[in-house]
Design a protein around this ligand. Sequence first.
Ligand code: 5RP
Length: 232
Amino acid sequence: MYEQEKKMLAEAAIKQVKNGMILGLGTGSTTRSFIDALGEWVKAGGEVQGVATSNETVEQAKRLNIPLLSLEEATHIDLVIDGIDQIDPRFRVLKGGGGALFREKVVALMSREILYLADASKFVHHLTGPLPVEIDAFARPYVERYLRDKQLDVTLREHDGQPFVTDGGHLILDVDLERVQDVRHLAQELKSLTGVLETGYFERQPDHVLTVEQGKVRQVAHPNLRDGGGLV
Ligand code: 5RP
């Protein structure tokens, strides 16, 4: 996504932030633009507290003097603002491209409302993946074999030639979804395997998504909330 589009989404998302809110702060390049904008908002006198979904987000928020709460300290979360990898017409979402899926999912599950920021390329007819699966390193051969027995292609995520390690100290297997008819079913099946912590299929769906269409920010409401959409 172009930096300009991320800035437009960030500026539109800031309009949804109200004084006194406890915000879930996502992870990734789109969210990074939003947190930059939030830093400016706080500098100008806005009062919020954030709950971060990754060490990277903690560092950015601290640099910008955005007050943070741990999940234990947060009495509740009003609104999560985060990026996504894919969303289908029924608002089923894949996340975890940045490797923060587990904490992002916990924070999303605890939030009263979810707003995702996504450029048009992230809207798809079918979730094509990959589906990130966060696993304990010891269980890797077991989970990999399980997936390969189902004829699914699996890639261990790497960073700088080394296995990518999540903030929680786990590995990520990226599963190709080309042969998968029902991603939700696969995600549920994987969750039942010993050694699988979480998948990037997000059962809890967003209330709204902000996107950019023909140079304008558009708010798309969840199919169950339609009529709430429209240009912002
Ligand atoms: C991190 C995520 C990100 O939100 C997702 O990968 C989108 O990232 P970006 O905004 O850089 O495209 O789920 O775990």
